[in-house]
Ligand binder design. Structure first.
Ligand code: TIU
Length: 220
């Protein structure tokens, strides 16, 4: 076990059974004209973490540890997008509507691609998910079990929406979870800090949090 300094106390990382989960680093959330902007958000806030997420991915590649990339996406016929999700935000620019990067949040469209700096390499796991959480209506649990994964290191966007939901789902399924604090971002700084506090409070009720430099130092 590798001990990583973290909040609220050291996280024990099992190097043979740990995967990096990079949540939704898609053009739809970080570039102009995508789904994130259609919801009224300032997407430039999220662009700041791209170099750190890229360095984190490089660290896991150098170690030979598995990486799972998720994409929030819907089928072209939107049969996996319930009205409870589609009828939110600006109704003139809903999921499935045409935008400058193709149809918003639709699988295979240019805007649905992961940004180049964080793009999956051949052989890495890629998971399309229709919800916020990575276990909802996906094969995530089977994929992780097949790879023998018990520990998950989280990065990506947005902290309090898809990252937090996925981390909560993972903890409920028995995974030991660590969030890399400068490899995740929110459109709302106060929501990011609140999410990290909520996840780590009460003796790591959901999991642990640490910055990238601390993780890198620990794993060597
Ligand atoms: N809106 C927002 O903050 N996030 C999302 O809709 N999806 C993800 O977090 N990936």
């Amino acid at each position: 076990m590798i001990e990583v300094k973290a909040a609220p106390f050291p996280y024990k990382l099992d190097p043979a059974h740990t995967a990096l989960v990079v949540i939704d680093m898609q053009r739809d959330f970080v570039e102009h004209g995508g789904f994130g902007e259609s919801l009224g958000n300032d997407v430039t806030r999220l662009q700041a973490i791209i170099p750190t997420v890229s360095d984190l991915i490089a660290l896991f590649r150098a170690k030979g540890w598995p990486i799972l990339h998720t994409r929030e996406s819907h089928l072209p016929d939107l049969s996996d997008c319930p009205p409870a999700k589609r009828n939110r935000g600006d109704v003139s620019q809903r999921i499935g509507d045409a935008g400058p990067m193709g149809r918003l949040l639709v699988r295979g469209e240019p805007g649905n691609a992961i940004v180049d700096a964080c793009a999956p390499a051949p052989g890495e796991m890629v998971l399309d998910k229709p919800g916020k959480g990575m276990f909802c209506h996906t094969d995530c649990e089977a994929m992780l079990q097949a790879a023998g994964i018990t520990h998950l290191v989280f990065a990506g966007v947005t902290t309090e929406v898809c990252v937090q939901t996925s981390m909560r789902e993972a903890n409920d399924r028995g995974y030991e979870c660590l969030l890399v604090t400068d490899a995740t971002e929110s459109y709302f700084p106060q929501f990011k800090s609140a999410a990290i506090e909520m996840l780590t409070a009460q003796g790591a009720i959901v999991g642990w949090a640490t910055p990238f430099s601390t993780l890198k130092e620990a794993v060597g």
